[in-house]
Design a protein. Structure first.
Length: 142
């Protein structure tokens, strides 16, 4: 359980946000998502932050705990701790946030960011779903 007042992966979160701000500063808000993905990867590399792109991630059934055959390929897994999804849309439908929540709920990851480079005021959506709330997932499955 996350202690009150404690920020999950605080320093790494600051680095992710700093990398996103640098990308936005360099490229603005009018490009395709693929460009932002490339620029974000470059920025993480410059900062010497470990990441994987579109890594297949196991998804578990929320009731049985069974690993599903199909998985999910998030845009980025940063330092084996945080899922980062990048978007380039004027408005984000609620389903995009719900999707990130579902990925966290059914995987070993506890923290995710949804960063939309096309919004007028770029502000990341931070989603937390700690492993202690995942009743059927045990540490040996993670």
């Amino acid at each position: 359980m996350l202690e009150k007042g404690k920020v999950l992966h605080k320093e790494l979160s600051y680095e992710i946000w700093g990398a996103a701000l640098e990308v936005r500063k360099n490229f603005g808000s009018g490009h395709k998502e693929k460009l932002y993905q490339e620029a974000f990867a470059d920025e993480l590399s410059k900062r010497k932050i470990n990441f994987e792109r579109e890594k297949s991630t196991r998804i578990f059934h929320p009731k049985t705990g069974k690993a599903m055959r199909c998985g999910y390929q998030p845009d980025f897994i940063v330092d084996k701790k945080i899922i980062v999804e990048l978007k380039a849309a004027p408005l984000l439908p609620k389903r995009e946030i719900d999707q990130l929540y579902d990925y966290l709920r059914n995987s070993k990851y506890e923290l995710g960011y949804l960063i939309n480079f096309a919004s007028s005021k770029m502000k990341p959506v931070r989603v937390i779903y700690t492993n202690d709330r995942k009743t059927l997932m045990t540490t040996d499955k993670l």
